[in-house]
Write a protein that binds this ligand. Sequence first.
Ligand code: TXA
Ligand code: MG
Length: 339
Amino acid sequence: MSVDQTTIAAAARALEQGLLVAFPTETVYGLGADAANPAAVAAIYAAKGRPQDHPVIVHLSPDCPLDDWAAEIPAEAHQLAAAFWPGPLTMILKRAPHVPADVSGGQDTIGLRCPSHPVAIALLQQFKGGRGGIAAPSANKFGHVSPTTAAHVHAEFDADRKVAMVLDGGASEVGIESTIVDLSRLNTHGPVLLRPGHIGAEAIAAVIDRLPAAPDQAAPRASGTLESHYAPHTPVAMQPTAMLKTTLAALQQAGRKVALVHYSDLPAAHAEVRLPAAPAGFAHALYAALRDMDGSGADLILVEAPPQDAAWLGVNDRLRRAAHGSTGIVHGLLNEVAP
Ligand code: TXA
Ligand code: MG
């Protein structure tokens, strides 16, 4: 799906006027606002129902200098930008003093990313002549599954009429949110992987010669790192294949409706989506599958647990969070049907 230049210009103007515009990126759809306009940024939080102290990512056009937004920029940031931008990598850097603290939830850092989706790039190049920043979290209500199509965004926000425009750029290619690497404490903590994604730690290490570590206690807060996030309304459980088959049989025996998200051959269920058995294809289709299964009227969404290797880290991270909030309910359900 392509968006014509007239629509891009109208969207850029809407952003310049302080309105919210949802737009496609290669990871997921973003809910955008002028990052330099605190009232517009506040409108994102209100629309999402998101706590005010959660920082948002600022999206930049490919030609925008990093020091328009960040300070004390290490050489590693330039190396990673050269290697992975435009693309699904967000870097946390020290925030430049002239940038309002609102985009960072009051923290002294800023999350920056240059997306590769052509519609996002066109919008960023048009907005404020390419020197502006578009603050954009994923275009979903706080804690819910991120949108990977324009229809998902409409389903999240049409009822409240707080979003001026939704640009339709087709299905997001990557399908899960960007990798986030913290470079703001490089001297003391080294690079830290705040959120795994399509760009893995090894790929980052190949560029900057240091392997990003797992988050420590002092690492910057990130809502995408909350234990319960990216969740459908229906309870979600993730189980390895053999266990899942037993659970499925027991639940069906007890008359429960099970929706399956799987990648190997399994018995029929109330509803199901079969995803590719490789990480990129699985990630691409995962959120749409969760949304579909959420709408199927099932009592439970059972997800076939992917392998535990590094290539699946981003997918496993999102699935674990999707399932976290419903562990109690799932326990109850499984106890009821246990033989
Ligand atoms: O792929 C993505 O990153 C998508 C698209 C739209 O670009 N955006 C996205 O935004 O996932 P959001 O807000 O749903 O998640 C951004 C994550 C949050 O967990 C947020 O807390 C973290 O980035 N973040 C942003 N700025 C930060 C900062 N200064 N320090 C620490 N974490 C930050
Ligand atoms: Mg999000």
